[in-house]
Ligand binder design. Sequence first.
Ligand SMILES: CC(=O)N[C@H](C=O)[C@@H](O)[C@H](O)[C@H](O)COP(=O)(O)O
Length: 223
Amino acid sequence: MLENLKNNLIVSCQPVVGGPMDSPAIIAAMAKASVAGGAAGVRVEGVANVAAARAAVTCPIIGIVKVALETSAVKITPFAQNVVDLISAGADIVAVDATDRDRPETIGSAIEITKQHGGLFMADCSNLKDGVNAQRLGADILGTTMSGYTERTTPEEPDLELVGEFSRLGTFVIAEGRYNTPDLAARAIRSGADAVVVGSAITRLEVVTRWFRDAVDEVGVKR
Ligand SMILES: CC(=O)N[C@H](C=O)[C@@H](O)[C@H](O)[C@H](O)COP(=O)(O)O
């Protein structure tokens, strides 16, 4: 599984929530189009969306569920039941928030349940400490997904430094978060990532449109 992802691109097929692209059929089409364009894997949020993508593509699927909790800032796959549901829907890899913030269930229990159900575990980390902890607990993949998202402000650039730090730990590394250009994706691999996830720049039409719109507005000519 990881061999197929090595030195490759993974496309996160997560539309803007509640937007016009937010439907399982469109997400399945996004997954198919990503594979047609050369992606070796896809990342998909939501059990119904994973099931739709599974019916459309044969490549590895990283599944997540985002849950808004009142009692915890952790959103990405907080419960063991989410892991079971994602694997039943066809996810090969389950990604889980692996930051050290308060959470309803432990990272260790999520890893255990993932392995019991034959999945691979991706730890969505925010810093080196999270990665070292997840590796110790038995994570199969360390992702930089949460870097910049546990603080009040999010930098514009991706965290290539963390990619370099993770690459020295010896566990499979996925660079994720703000790889918004082909050059940045290439730099992720050059910095030691085994694979790179690109999301918004490929599959969030509204976000990409806004980048172009802002650039046009910045010219400062009145309409
Ligand atoms: C922090 C968080 O919740 N990240 C989420 C994780 O699945 C997604 O919203 C991101 O789109 C994904 O990580 C890909 O990143 P980008 O869209 O920057 O290429």
